[in-house]
Design a protein around this ligand. Structure first.
Ligand code: TEU
Ligand code: CA
Length: 560
């Protein structure tokens, strides 16, 4: 397998609005990030991914960009950004930027022009269609509720927006648009950045004709995913982008790809195909949803997770490359979702990072997971800021008359604001995030859960993360080894081996709060096992063939 630095990296995601506020306006900013670089260096990560920091009216917190080549006023200036990049590089770390080019803001100059007239030179930068019998051009449902189409009076046509109506989709069929995007990417790369995370990049090619989605239940709008996910020209576009831009630089590229299967990912990340380095799959994020989608809560069955992770691990082995994540700015906190954020918060957070970082792939740490930040429960819907939550609540409770308590419960479990409460730096007011009024409320548990406490406590989640990250640097098997699942039928233990150049790693994790006997299957052998790390004290010379795993216990053994 080809060795490269981006396979050996650990990437830390910053959601700037919620990370650190340097000037007391309640909003995280670039200077605030620069102040905390030593904290990140200490953690041991080597790459930072910044969620969008560009000019934006903030309908979707920066994922609606009105100028790709300028910095959002609330976050600072281009000079602040340049200083941040310099300070990141001074510490031997790298910086990757978010690339959001499936759509722009409706306040982007291109769209302002595009909507003026049908013959405007920017008209075809977006996707415009006439209505059909006074209705939208098709029945697709927006990711943020309602139709994907917005009527625009000026020209009596509708424009497509898969996300909010302030996020019109760009028209990738237009070579002029593609060229503008490539120029903009080149401009950032020439400023010295180290790569891109590409927002819903597998949505950029739509099926011609934009057909109606199947709608067996006769709903007002239906999911059109099959007509815009992994569309007919997607590989052509990504290959072109690679040829025109990416291939000229030594960078990391990761595509966010809802609806991409392992088979798709082989094509997107295949070493010989010259598209992207890796993708973010959503398959493991969907395992605790029922048939009606993300708000349809379902208990996770560990067997489903094992099957899914194993499929990606073996599917991409030697072919492409995995990205490894359990949470980000769109997902609930991983310790609340996959662990136990009450009785076993510390143990389960350590177990989860052991499980995740020992898989084959490049791991991503989302801000705050390294101190075990948890989901939040605000009493009032008015305390929520996320457009997805607000629109969904309006549709279900205000228009649909659904039970508000039930809808709030689904927000507590799945809402994106769980990940967006301010970073908890210390136990002072507002968790040390701001000296002003934070843009979104702080999680009230900041007095116990905060970075100051975690850095000082030798047994903290933070210090365990440091050790796990350090292990990767000392053991190539963690990066390059082959994965094999063991005990496939066990309902609470997730255990696997990695094999590389006559070495073997054995990873054993208990995904439950109950003590569980473990015994090594007869066909798995590991010679002279040495315990590399555990989240509990392990008795010296304990027999590894058979022992009792404690609640959320995790161990890694390595053959000598
Ligand atoms: O997310 C795309 C996406 O499909 C989801 O993660 C989305 O948030 C989820 O399906 C909602 O249930 C990306 C960004 O990560 C997200 O923050 C943006 O809102 C979205 O694209 C639009 O740019
Ligand atoms: Ca600020």
């Amino acid at each position: 397998m080809n060795k490269t630095w981006w396979k050996e990296s650990v990437i830390y995601q910053i959601y700037p609005r919620s990370f650190n506020d340097s000037n007391g306006d309640g909003i995280g900013d670039l200077k605030g990030i620069t102040e905390k670089l030593d904290y990140l260096k200490d953690l041991g990560i080597n790459v930072i991914w910044l969620s969008p920091v560009y000019q934006s009216p903030n309908d979707d917190n920066g994922y609606d960009i009105s100028d790709y080549q300028d910095i959002m006023d609330e976050f600072g200036t281009m000079k602040d950004w340049e200083e941040l990049l310099q300070e990141v590089h001074n510490r031997g770390m790298k910086l990757i930027m978010d690339l959001v080019v499936n759509h722009s803001s409706d306040e982007h100059a291109w769209f302002v022009e595009s909507r003026k007239s049908k013959d405007n030179q920017y008209r075809d930068y977006y996707i415009w269609r006439p209505g059909i019998d006074g209705r939208e051009p098709n029945n697709w449902e927006s990711a943020f509720s309602g139709s994907t189409w917005q009527y625009d009076e000026a020209t009596d046509e509708y424009f497509l927006h898969i996300f909010s109506k302030k996020q019109p989709d760009l028209n990738w069929e237009n070579p002029k648009l593609r060229d503008e995007v490539y120029k903009m990417m080149t401009w950032w790369l020439d400023k010295g950045i180290d790569g891109f995370r590409m927002d819903v990049i597998n949505f950029i090619s739509k099926v011609p004709g934009l057909p109606d989605a199947p709608n067996p239940e006769g709903k007002k709008y239906a999911s059109g995913g099959e007509y815009f996910m992994n569309g007919p020209r997607i590989h052509e576009f990504l290959h072109e982008m690679n040829k025109e831009v990416l291939s000229k630089y030594d960078i990391i590229t990761v595509g966010e790809m809802p609806g991409a299967s392992v088979e798709d990912a082989k094509l997107y990340t295949g070493h010989e195909r010259e598209e992207l380095n890796m993708v973010f799959t959503f398959e493991h994020m969907d395992l605790d949803s029922g048939p009606k989608g993300k708000w349809d809560l379902k208990k996770l069955n560990l067997l489903d997770l094992k099957e899914n992770i194993s499929k990606w691990q073996t599917g991409l082995n030697g072919v492409g490359w995995n990205s490894l994540y359990l949470n980000n700015h769109d997902q609930p906190r991983m310790v609340s979702r996959f662990g136990d954020d009450k009785e076993y918060r510390v143990e389960s957070a350590k177990m989860l990072v052991t499980f995740l970082h020992m898989l084959q792939g490049t791991p991503y740490v989302y801000q705050g997971e390294e101190i075990g930040m948890t989901n939040v429960r605000f009493d009032s819907i008015d305390d929520y800021k996320d457009i997805e939550i607000i629109n969904m609540y309006k549709e279900k409770v205000i228009e649909g008359k659904e039970d508000p308590a039930k809808v709030m419960e689904s927000i507590y479990v799945k809402g994106r604001d769980n990940a967006r409460t301010p970073f908890q730096w210390d136990d002072s007011e507002n968790a040390g995030f701001t000296s002003g009024e934070p843009w979104i409320k702080v999680n009230p548990n900041y007095k116990e859960i905060n970075a100051k406490q975690a850095v000082a406590d030798q047994n903290s989640i933070f210090n365990y993360y440091k050790n796990i990250i350090q292990l990767r640097k000392n053991h190539p098997i963690i990066v390059y080894g082959d994965y094999e699942l063991i005990l496939p039928e066990h309902e609470s233990i997730f255990a696997y081996t990695r094999s590389y150049e006559n070495e073997k790693l054995l990873v054993i994790t208990n995904f439950s709060g109950d003590a569980t006997p473990f015994s090594l299957p007869g066909n798995v052998t590991i010679s002279a096992p040495e315990l590399l790390i555990s989240n509990y004290d392990v008795p010296q010379n304990e027999d590894i063939l058979s022992f009792k795993l404690r609640p959320y216990e995790a161990r890694i053994y390595k053959s000598k």
